[in-house]
Write a protein that binds this ligand. Structure first.
Ligand code: G4P
Length: 529
């Protein structure tokens, strides 16, 4: 198949690849369902509910997630909306998160930050926001659950500005909250969208509109709320910065929308604005300079996952197309090893179903069967020398040891350990004396549970986990000739010297005692110096 530059450009411009960031319970799952509903990817919101009593989005597939009713692994959901091809990267939103969450954000061109109107900015939102900020991607904000008693909207905006350091500019404004929630005012089109409660989640919410000077307004929302709205709008229009797309694209301001996902209110309006505002894929920074989406085909691996579905027990590598037209069966180079590959096993995933992908464009996510060659951050390209300069790794903050219940299972254990570490479920550190079992490191402690459950379920190996008192890990560089004497000295899976510490004090003391050694939060080749 040949691709003209014009069609490549057209398809790239149509792409919107984004992720949702939120604190657990803010409504990410509900919004995902509603977006898929409006995108026509599902017929009714209820259809992604697998069982009564627990909610699942189509992206939840592993039983541990089903038992917990949460989404642990990330996947990409795709739908067409208003002529745009939308890729929604599903990121976990539970108490804990792993490197996987962070890495998924590297494949997004923008992010939607969902806040609970009663809680405002919460701890996890801050962490995820910081990752997006670091990458400089534009962020949109949806303030959810307006049908519940909410914090004053001016206060919510100021919270976003002070805690996150980004100017929050409302594009809609709520009229009342809780039982008095009457709808939102669109500050751009100057129309009131009136909220009507619908049978829960079942259909697309009907919307009635009126202008601010419409005599119907007081009838629709009540005289008090109409007066308050008029006063609020005057204040906003008089005092607030006007929304400018350039400032949004530069990550300096976030447009804010209000609504209620559960009631389907404000979602369609958000989506209409999202496809207009959010950017299409842009250039990727590589060792050979900025790679424009219009260049020849190249993609990078941002996520690996083993045993994704019972029907297909294999490993999948998720690739984001960064440039060019991907065609199934094309011959490419795996640039880290120089190995030639034919990409014939490409698919998208939707719940348990796989669909073959025949072609894909910049911004699209393609699942590739991973015969064990792919690592996170690897590049697959027509261009054999292309690499990503620094793909983010994250420093674990939780450490556990483990013991094997049945020593006869050592081989299966090592296989599971290697594959799950390769996916980034945990990082593994080996004691240098070879006598003891390895240490596991994780960004969040839930990763240990996930590791244990998957080891049992997918590899038939039972282990006991013991949380340790270590809190910090440092990779060692400089003159490390003496480190073999240290008890806390371990090696990572590449054999690099590493040391574990119980406290920052412990680290600082050791550092003072050994000025010839550098203590780095990431391996030297991954640390920007
Ligand atoms: P998460 O993925 O961010 O963790 O949040 P999720 O969508 O699962 O929503 C968390 C809870 O908040 C759910 O209730 C959900 O129904 C509810 N919720 C989501 N959007 C709204 C909203 O606009 N208004 C109100 N009032 N509630 C909302 P749950 O009790 O945990 O589950 P369920 O009983 O609804 O299944």
């Amino acid at each position: 198949m040949t691709t003209t530059t014009a069609s490549l450009e057209r398809e790239t411009l149509r792409r919107r690849t984004f992720a949702i960031i939120s604190h657990p319970d803010a409504g990410k799952t509900t919004i995902t369902e509603k977006l898929l509903l409006y995108g026509g990817a599902i017929q009714e919101a209820g259809s992604v509910t697998a069982r009564e009593g627990s909610r699942h989005t189509a992206s939840d597939w592993m039983s541990i997630e089903q038992q917990r009713g949460i989404s642990i692994s990330s996947s990409a959901l795709t739908f067409e909306y208003a002529g745009r091809h939308v890729n929604l990267l599903d990121t976990p939103g539970h108490q804990d998160f792993s490197e996987d969450t962070y890495r998924t954000l590297t494949a997004a061109d923008s992010a939607l930050m969902v806040l609970d109107a009663a809680r405002g900015v919460q701890a996890q939102t801050e962490k995820l926001f910081a990752v997006c900020r670091n990458r400089g991607i534009p962020i949109l904000t949806f303030i959810n659950k307006m049908d519940r008693p909410a914090v004053d909207p001016f206060e919510l905006l100021s919270q976003v500005e002070t805690t996150l350091g980004i100017a929050a500019i409302p594009l809609t404004w709520p009229i009342g909250d809780g039982p008095d929630f009457k709808g939102v005012y669109d500050l751009q089109t100057k129309q009131v969208l009136v909220f009507e409660r619908t049978a829960r989640g079942k259909q697309r919410a009907p919307v009635q509109t009126a202008g601010l000077d419409d005599p119907e307004l007081a009838k629709l929302v009540g005289a008090d709320l109409a007066a308050k709205l008029i006063a609020d709008v005057e204040l906003i229009e008089g005092a607030m910065t006007v929304f400018e797309s350039a400032a949004f694209l530069a990550g300096q301001v976030t447009p804010v929308f209000f609504g209620s996902a559960m009631n389907n209110f404000g979602i369609e309006h958000f989506l209409d604005n999202f496809v207009k505002l959010a950017p299409s894929p842009s250039a990727t920074e590589t060792n050979l300079g900025e790679r424009e989406p219009e260049a020849a085909f190249a993609g990078f691996i941002f996520k690996l996952q083993a045993n994704m579905s019972r029907a297909h027990r294999d490993r999948t590598a998720f690739m984001r197309v960064m440039s060019g037209h991907f065609v199934r069966g094309m011959d490419v180079t795996h640039t880290r090893t120089g190995r030639k590959l034919r990409l014939s096993q490409a698919h998208t995933l939707f719940a348990q179903d796989r669909e073959k992908v025949d072609d894909a464009y910049p911004g699209d996510i393609v699942g590739l069967v991973n015969p064990g060659v792919f690592q996170i951050g690897d590049v697959i390209s027509i261009e054999p020398k292309l690499e990503l300069p620094d793909f983010p790794r994250f420093t674990p903050e939780n450490f556990a040891t483990l013991s094997l219940r049945d020593v006869g299972k050592r081989k299966a254990f090592m296989k599971g350990l290697t594959q799950l570490a390769e996916e980034g479920v945990v990082q593994v550190f080996f004691p240098t004396d070879g006598a003891r079992d390895p240490y596991l490191g994780a960004v969040g402690p839930l990763q240990f549970e996930v590791f244990q459950a998957r080891l049992s379920e997918e590899y038939g190996v039972e282990v006991e986990m013991h949380v340790t008192a270590y809190e910090l890990v440092r990779w060692l560089a400089g003159d490390t000739s003496e480190v073999a004497r240290f008890a806390r000295h371990v090696e990572d899976d590449q054999g690099r010297p590493v040391m574990l510490f119980r406290s920052r004090y412990d680290l600082d003391y050791t550092r003072q005692q050994h000025p010839q050694i550098e203590f780095l939060p990431l391996p030297k080749d991954l640390t920007r110096v």
